[in-house]
Design a protein around this ligand. Structure first.
Ligand code: ATP
Ligand code: MG
Length: 140
């Protein structure tokens, strides 16, 4: 297994409910290490840029509005097979489909307000990490 990095966002529905620590604990318990973390209020421009792959989807405008509706915590996570490991502990996009014990099953409010984002490939992880962090802000 290779040590790799992935990118995570704790979304506004979770910061609003003050469960960023509870979610981070689930990430850490899954074997992931937080090597960078910053709480920010995403701008509309950042949200549209970050979710550019979804631009043509019907939910794009609502998604960008949601992601800018409150603070988020952007994080870089490190561990063995971090991308897959993070996706596993996150659970399915729709909490109704998520497995027991996953973050989204435990905490997500809806398919949109689903508490966390996680990169879906090592290539996208690198792009997403570079979108929010400078190299010297990541300390492994
Ligand atoms: P993320 O990219 O946030 O980790 P994901 O990879 O599980 O989630 P994507 O298909 O990339 O899911 O969708 C990005 C985000 O857009 C979802 O996390 C969710 O917040 C929102 N979303 C996805 N599908 C829908 C939908 N049908 N209706 C409303 N919002 C949606
Ligand atoms: Mg995705």
């Amino acid at each position: 297994m290779a040590t790799e990095r992935t990118f995570s966002i704790i979304k506004p529905d979770a910061t609003r409910r003050n469960i960023t620590g509870a979610i981070t604990k689930m990430l850490e318990d899954a074997g992931l290490r937080v090597v960078a973390s910053r709480r920010i209020r995403m701008t509309r421009e950042q949200a549209e840029g970050f979710y550019a792959v979804h631009r043509e989807r019907p939910f794009f405008n609502d998604l960008c509005a949601f992601m800018t509706s409150g603070p988020v915590v952007v994080q870089v996570l490190e561990g063995d097979d971090a991308v897959v490991r993070n996706r596993e502990v996150m659970g399915a996009t729709n909490p109704a489909d998520a497995d027991e014990g996953t973050i989204r099953k435990t905490y997500a409010e809806s398919i949109e307000a689903n508490s966390v984002h996680g990169s879906d490939s090592p290539e996208n992880a690198q792009v997403e990490i570079d979108f929010f962090f400078k190299p010297d802000e990541i300390v492994g």
